[in-house]
Design a protein around this ligand. Sequence first.
Ligand code: DC
Length: 238
Amino acid sequence: MKNNNLVIAIDGPAGAGKSTIARIIAEKLNLTYIDTGAMYRAITWLAIQNSIDLKTQKDLLINLAAEAKLELEGIEKNTDKQSNSFQRVFLNDQEITQEIRGSEITLLVSAVSAIPEIREQLVEMQKKMGLNGRVIMDGRDIGTVVFPEADLKIFLVASAEERAKRRYQQQRKFGLNTQENLEAIQKDLERRDYLDANREVSPLRQANDAILIDTDNLSVPEVVQNILNLIQINSQKI
Ligand code: DC
């Protein structure tokens, strides 16, 4: 970025650890953490609330989304032991932070995020969020589409087995979707990876200048330290 903004982009497939890593770095460097997946989940919640059939009523969802008031509010320190969220999500003044983590949303979110007009709306919001600040943003297209000029781009990956294991442990810890077994979680991650990587508009892919970090054999503090080192090397704005 040319001005005083600092933008760190973290992309990668579901369950690679993007949000865990991003929020720790945000805390350490006093950056605003933005989880863009939560925005696609919020619009998916809107679709479900309005019983929208994505095959026949896409335009209705696009209009509802355009009129909706979507707000994200950072949680400085999460003291809520029941939740792993570090960002509160509001849609039309209703808090939906927990609701958007449900399995119904997870099942439908890839289809909603493949709608080009929905992406346009959310990408515009994301660009504005990064305009006047120091942010770390995680998603699928941050380094490729939202901030192609980000100060640092990380592409975080891990094997499907490892990602499923981590998701399973996380869900048990927070009492979410505990009816799902490890195998079902892995299948769902792979299904979403496929849809996210093969959609026509801004598919999940590593930007040419993104740095790949495979977290399979790295601990969370090791990944954080790697990225902190990269930030120091790549940016004089810290
Ligand atoms: O990060 P997450 O799993 O909460 O994201 C939910 C879905 O939203 C994911 O399957 C793909 C989509 N997504 C996207 O298309 N672009 C982003 N920048 C972030 C998420």
